[in-house]
Design a protein around this ligand. Structure first.
Ligand SMILES: Cc1cc2nc3c(=O)[nH]c(=O)nc-3n(C[C@H](O)[C@H](O)[C@H](O)COP(=O)(O)OP(=O)(O)OC[C@H]3O[C@@H](n4cnc5c(N)ncnc54)[C@H](O)[C@@H]3O)c2cc1C
Length: 335
């Protein structure tokens, strides 16, 4: 069956590309100095002190640092510890179910071509009421990554699970969830040999994402629904922003007596500025999921013209954010 694109969204400054996480690590780690990237270190807690901050690991000796940038994901152990240290309710920072589950699987490009009758050289979405499918090429176009979202506010799929989880489930169950989609879509899904189902969870708005000489970035600070493909991008923006502040002469060249204060000042600025931005993207991302599934956020329903217009605007907010100005202002306030 030939399919026709309902609408196409292109970013003016956005390049096209998808990265398989394991491949990315294989490429980037050899570029770092020896000892910078260390694996098999499970950090549980930290202790700030006059000379810096000590990281405590479950399976390795302690390590001392000037500052901790915690990027330990949606179930961040350091976020729990931070809340515990500050006397904040630890349950309030735990990840929450976001009312979607996602079926995931990889198929060969040849299998995709056979099922869909056309190639897949960029990200595409197949829309339906309360369900949508995203597929895109990875590994130089040799493999197609498929993610099929199903909105499940009744927690029917989640069952007893109370935190982020994934498990293998029968293919027939996945196909039932996409009943009513076109035959070629179902043929594509059938090519997934061992589909797995994932609960989509997010991190609630935090009281704070910083403590004495530690800042949370990425999913640890603001895990969001994946509907705008923006979670990793937000983590990278956080990292860029915070590293620029911490590497600025105001912090780096300060003498030891002033250093801790300057680091904490940089962390406060990071929180003030980045918190607002990441919360907006988090909210927009959830709304995008509702738009794709004809639920609308402002009366769009299944009006494809209105949906396209709305999505285009919200993607520009993600792709064309002026981080340079954001950073310049932040660096000035550090003086
Ligand atoms: C289905 C789905 C699709 C997505 N699609 C996209 C997309 O297209 N584009 C996009 O930008 N984002 C996407 N995302 C979101 C993206 O995956 C995350 O936002 C991103 O991975 C966050 O990066 P992070 O470094 O903050 O956390 P993570 O990627 O979760 O990394 C955390 C790291 O910390 C390590 N760690 C955990 N605990 C400890 C500990 N105690 N001590 C030491 N290390 C620890 C983990 O092993 C892991 O390596 C998607 C998410 C999902 C669920």
């Amino acid at each position: 069956m030939n399919r026709k694109a309902l609408f196409t969204i292109k970013g003016t400054n956005a390049s096209k590309g998808n990265v398989h996480r394991a491949d990315f690590l294989d490429e980037i780690v050899p570029l770092m100095q020896d000892g910078v990237a260390m694996f098999d270190h499970a950090c549980n807690s930290y202790t700030p002190h006059v000379g810096g901050v000590t990281l405590h690991f479950a399976n390795q000796p302690d390590v001392d640092a000037d500052v901790i940038i915690a990027s330990d994901g949606i179930n961040s152990r350091l976020r729990s510890h931070l809340y515990h240290r500050q006397g904040l309710p630890v349950e309030s920072q735990m990840a929450r179910y976001a009312e979607w589950v996602a079926w995931r699987g990889l198929i060969r490009t040849s299998a995709f071509l056979k099922a869909m009758g056309q190639s897949c050289d960029h990200k595409q979405m197949l829309l339906g009421t309360d369900r949508h499918i995203v597929h895109f090429p990875v590994r130089n176009g040799n493999v197609i990554n498929i993610v099929g979202f199903v909105r499940d506010p009744e927690y029917l799929k989640l069952g007893e699970h109370t935190g982020p989880w994934a498990e293998k489930r029968p293919k027939a169950e996945m196909l039932r969830d996409f009943d009513g989609f076109t035959e070629d879509c179902l043929a594509m899904l059938s090519e997934i040999e061992e589909p797995s189902i994932w609960g989509i969870f997010t991190v609630p708005e935090l009281e704070t994402a910083i403590d004495d000489r530690i800042g949370l970035i990425g999913d640890a600070s603001h895990a969001m629904t994946p509907h705008q493909g923006a979670g990793a991008g937000q983590a990278i923006e956080d990292a860029l922003f915070l590293s620029a502040l911490l590497c600025s002469p105001d912090v780096c060249k300060s003498n030891l007596a002033e250093r801790n204060g300057k680091i904490n000042q940089a962390l406060k600025i990071y929180q003030q500025v980045r918190h607002r931005r990441s919360r907006e993207v988090q909210k927009a991302s959830r709304e995008a999921g509702l738009l794709y599934e004809f639920r609308g956020v402002d009366g769009e329903g299944d009006d494809l013209g209105k949906i396209a217009c709305n999505i285009e605007q919200r993607m520009r907010q993600v792709w064309e954010w002026d981080i340079k100005t954001e950073l310049t202002e932040a660096l000035e306030s550090l003086h």
